[in-house]
Design a protein. Structure first.
Length: 493
């Protein structure tokens, strides 16, 4: 993976990657079973709360208020973390964040770190950066462990190994665990209890040996400098308490002003992600304390395109995301194509709007992501912070096709229209001209009505693929304008 862009090297555009994925029947079966199970459980958990709509609105409003005053809350956070004994570092991009973390680990003299599941460290390619400096990073979340042992890539925000079934996981444990540490037990079966026990035994050695841990955070509370990690397995609690040094890499958008604000998200997140009333483990830490937890704490605040995204009045709502993955579990495109096709650590609908903003739309894969959607709106309906993903998708499609002014590296630049969209631009400009000239619109409507009997049932050329699975709408015998004139203006009732 490229640390600079966060793009998986060699990834084709979404249509090509998705075309290959949908032919994999095993993958589609795994995804269908997992996503339907999760979303059905989520719906039941959400239905338990009569005030879910108000909680959702509160989550949206708090995030919007925080983003409007992000500079203030980040400085407040830095002051509070420093006062509590922590050290704050600011990273403008992935390379700077990797340099900071690598130097901090090397300063300890250690060559191993244990990791709490972190989207931010995946985004910047931290594991690869550490490996280049001779430092081994061990993932401790069960699904992340499966992905790492299998030399694979995450395909889901909440369940990174959702594309694997139990038999495939057993084979990975049997074949790979021994080369990473404690080997899998002899005769390991694919029952969940045995797989979990094999992972527990394998990871326990690493927890007890590690002197350095790397984490992300779900939230940061500005008023006290407190970081929060919610998880279901207990591996996070081990990483956050046992090592001597803790390094947390967190996106700047994860800050919330107060503990009272945090209360809202501790209700929204578990129900939307794991369909639980509360997470089994909610770990909080504020700086360092004598005789309790790590002796040294470093917080790396990551920008990496977030400030540029904040400058976009439509696109900035993507920064509300609390990484619950609810949008993935209801998306018909994700269910069939899987997460790898998105070419990013952020798959699914949220990835389709977040990645092109964090990374720009220069690459083929990023320019294609805003089109990785049917615009059905299911993602918006389940989003616990009311991100209007379809609105942002359309906004980004316009950026790809038309170009225009955007912010990159804090500087306003003008993007050129992407290649391959000339016909689309011409069609939209023709439509705009026609709608601006009522006489031309009226003539076109009448011509379409009078020639309706000879219209083809299937579209020619590029439109053939569309009409292979859809009926071409029939043109009515008269336009609405003509019907209105005949029945209303002409004296009809």
């Amino acid at each position: 993976m490229s640390a600079t862009s966060g793009t998986y090297l060699g990834m084709p555009a979404f249509p090509s990657a998705a075309r290959d994925a949908v032919r994999n029947e095993t993958l589609r079966g795994n995804l269908r079973h997992a996503t339907h199970t999760i979303r059905d459980k989520r719906a039941k958990a959400v239905a338990e709360l009569d005030d879910w709509a108000r909680l959702r609105a509160a989550g949206k409003d708090v995030k919007d208020r925080t983003l409007r005053h992000l500079d203030h809350y980040l400085l407040q956070l830095e002051q509070a973390v420093t006062a509590a004994g922590g050290v704050v570092h600011w990273a403008a991009d992935a390379n700077e964040a990797n340099r900071i973390v690598t130097s901090l680990v090397k300063a300890t003299g250690e060559r191993e770190v244990v990791k709490v599941k972190s989207m931010a460290t995946q985004e910047i390619g931290l594991n690869e950066a550490l490996e280049a400096e001779g430092i081994s990073a061990y993932e401790t979340d069960l699904a992340e462990l499966i992905v790492q042992l299998g030399d694979d890539r995450p395909s889901h925000i909440l369940v990174p190994a959702i594309h694997k079934n139990r038999g495939e996981i057993r084979d990975i444990f049997t074949e790979k665990m021994g080369s990473w540490g404690r080997a899998a037990p002899e005769g390991l079966t694919d029952t969940p209890a045995e797989l979990a026990e094999a992972a527990r035994l394998h990871l326990r050695e690493k927890f007890l040996r590690a002197k350095v841990a790397v984490s992300g955070a779900n939230f940061m509370v500005a008023e006290t400098g407190t970081l929060v990690v919610v998880e279901s397995e207990g591996n996070g609690r081990m990483c956050l308490t046992l090592p001597e040094t803790l390094i947390s890499v967190v996106g700047i958008e994860k800050v919330v002003p107060t503990w009272q604000d945090l209360e809202v998200y501790l209700q929204l997140l578990p129900r939307s992600s794991t369909a639980e009333r509360m997470n089994p483990y909610t770990s909080t830490w504020t700086g360092t304390a004598d005789g309790d937890g790590p002796r040294t704490f470093h917080l790396v605040l990551l920008d990496n395109g977030r400030t540029d995204t904040l400058a976009d009045e439509v696109g900035r709502q993507a920064l509300r995301c609390i990484r619950c993955s609810a949008c993935l579990n209801v998306c018909p495109v994700y269910e069939r194509a899987g997460g790898h096709a998105y070419g990013s650590v952020y798959p699914g609908p949220i990835g389709a709007i977040l990645s092109p903003q964090l990374r720009g739309t220069d690459s083929e894969v990023d320019a294609s992501l805003p089109y990785a959607s049917s615009l059905c709106g299911a993602c918006y309906e389940v989003c616990p912070v009311a991100i209007d993903i379809p609105e942002v998708l359309v906004h980004l499609r316009e950026r790809v096709v038309e170009g225009g002014e955007v912010t990159r590296g804090g500087v306003k630049v003008t993007l050129k229209p992407a290649k391959g969209h000339a016909a689309e631009r011409a069609a939209m400009r023709a439509a705009r001209w026609t709608l601006d000239h009522p006489g031309a619109l009226r003539a076109g409507q009448r011509l379409a009505s009078r020639t309706r009997r000879i219209h083809p049932k299937r579209l020619p050329g590029p439109g053939r693929a569309w009409s292979d699975t859809r009926a071409v709408p029939e043109v009515p015998a008269e336009s609405f304008r003509d019907w209105w004139r005949r029945t209303r203006e002409g004296g009809g009732k």
